[in-house]
Design a protein around this ligand. Structure first.
Ligand code: NAD
Ligand code: UGA
Length: 453
């Protein structure tokens, strides 16, 4: 099938590459010339395991192309995926300017039937806005061409995006019950047929329910995390181990094991903004989603838990103290620094007077870019950050090590070397990578999250 992807970011590039891999003829559009140049020169603009190989293979086979040519992109695809960003507006609602701009471009150049797919995470009712924007452009050109807007939210996780896309646990598609909607439904069915071979994974529903499902999923996952973080903080006080509790409750199939890991807060481009956007949608209808307000507040506090523990141990004034930090990205296997907990920790430590040496396996360059923006008004704090060459280099002369991201590379370090390099053998573990008893046996003072047994 002929597919256009509008917006070649995390979701757009993964969607385009995976659909090309299944034999479709894919046109990826972006307004960012730099991204398109990187892709046309054989590179990829993001770190995502397995993606580079798929892109290279399908480029060589002529099944995927990258361009900034809007008119050509609209002409190309019978199915037009909108996969542009929906960042938070100042009031927390989803900023739909990129989605609407993409819709207008479709209306500006389309001449025949198009299935327009909202792949971006968009509030309930956005499909109507997309339809209106396309219709307005068609009207301005006095062109009659049919189309149908479908909601097909994406559930992939960064760092496992290709795997998640290729082996989805569900595909949610919302279509209209109009003749155009039926036509769109049959094209979507054909496009996703390869994913449904062994068993049906598609949940067909109305458009608004599909839009809502995406926010419900992310809000539920964020709620689980904040719930466990709040219990972990209590566990620290009562002398229980949150990891034992996690196993104890996760074994109940009604609860399940996933997304119950306590830590130093959730970050990334999605949970924080989607929880906020859902709250905003509710407020538009005069409702307050009390649970989600608490989820957000708990997460904001949780991002400070590591810094607070370090100040409890070393004093509020950290002048003259030096710390090592392992992990900067918001989660492993990505270089994404959006809403990363490391940024909050760095702010706390540096503002209290400490110096730091940081290391991340892939996000060092992205971290430098982002931290320069975070501390643009405080160059003296920026100068207190040393970018280490490797994990062990970061430890030299540090008063303690703080772990923020659970990269595999941090899971089994040579603890003798860790102890030898640190000024004092103190570890603050924001992702509960290690067993407290083992650390004590190794002579390391260990501070986990909710593990003060
Ligand atoms: P991103 O910022 O990585 O990519 C968006 C791309 O769209 C950018 O490259 C930008 O230049 C481009 N763009 C903006 N306006 C355009 C236009 N008019 N025409 C063409 N290109 C345009 O964003 P992302 O992380 O891929 O997220 C996209 C959407 O998918 C968001 O709504 C997000 O919530 C949702 N989502 C993201 C993930 C994820 O893991 N990142 C997972 C599921 C859903
Ligand atoms: C999340 C969802 O998992 C995806 O299904 C969804 O498609 C995506 O948002 C989106 O809408 O964009 P992602 O943000 O890439 O994916 O990463 P997650 O693995 O969900 O992790 C998010 C954050 O939660 C990370 O900071 C992670 O460290 C934290 N987390 C996760 C915990 O603190 N505890 C857990 O048990 C799980």
């Amino acid at each position: 099938m002929k597919i256009t992807i509008i917006g070649t970011g995390y979701v757009g590039l993964v969607t385009g590459a995976c659909l090309a891999e299944l034999g479709n003829d894919v046109f990826c559009l972006d307004v960012d010339q730099r991204k398109i140049d990187i892709l046309n020169n054989g590179g990829i603009p993001i770190h995502e395991p397995g993606l580079e190989e798929i892109v290279a293979r399908n480029r060589a086979a002529g099944r995927i192309q990258f361009s900034t040519d809007i008119e050509a992109s609209v002409k190309h695809g019978d199915v037009q995926f909108i996969a542009v960003g929906t960042p938070p507006d100042e009031d927390g609602s989803a900023d739909l300017q990129y989605v609407v701009a993409a819709a207008k471009n479709i209306g500006k150049y389309m001449t025949n039937f198009k299935v327009v797919v909202d792949k971006s995470t968009v509030p309930v009712g956005t499909a109507d806005r997309v339809s209106a924007a396309i219709s307005a452009e068609l009207g301005a050109r006095s062109v009659t061409a049919e189309f149908s807007v479908v909601s097909n939210p994406e559930f992939l996780k960064e760092g496992a995006a290709v795997e998640d896309f290729m082996r989805p646990d569900r595909i949610v598609i919302g279509c209209d019950q109009t003749p155009q909607g039926e036509k769109a439904r049959s094209q979507m069915k054909k496009l996703y047929a390869p994913f449904n071979r062994n068993h049906e994974r598609t949940y067909w529903m109305d458009v608004r329910s599909a839009e809502f499902t995406k926010y419900a999923a992310n809000a539920m996952l964020a709620t689980r995390i904040s719930f466990m973080n709040e219990l972990a903080n209590l566990a620290d006080h009562v002398g229980a181990d949150i990891e034992a509790v996690r196993h104890g409750i996760g074994s109940d199939p009604r609860i399940g094991h996933s997304f119950l890991y306590a830590g130093c807060g959730y970050g990334g481009s999605c949970f924080p903004k989607d929880v906020q956007a859902l709250e905003r949608t509710a407020q538009d209808y005069g409702l307050n989603l009390l649970i989600l307000q608490a989820v957000e507040a708990v997460n904001a506090r949780q991002k400070q838990v590591l810094g607070d523990k370090m100040q409890q141990r070393f004093g509020e004034n950290l002048s003259g103290r030096h710390f090592a930090i392992w992990g900067l990205a918001f989660k492993p296997n990505t270089d994404d620094m959006r809403a990363a907990s490391s940024r909050v920790l760095l702010g706390e430590l540096l503002r209290a007077g400490a110096t730091v040496a940081v290391y991340d396996p892939v996000s060092m360059q992205e971290a430098k870019r982002v931290l320069e923006l975070d501390f643009y008004d405080a160059p003296e704090l920026l100068a207190s950050i040393r970018y280490a060459a490797n994990p062990m280099d970061a430890l030299v002369d540090a008063d303690a090590l703080a772990i923020v991201t659970e990269w595999k590379a941090f899971r089994s370090p040579d603890f003798d070397e860790v102890k030898a390099r640190l000024k004092q053998p103190v570890v603050f573990d924001g992702r509960n990578l290690f067993e407290p008893t083992v650390m004590t046996e190794l002579g390391i003072e260990y501070h986990g999250i909710g593990r003060s047994v």
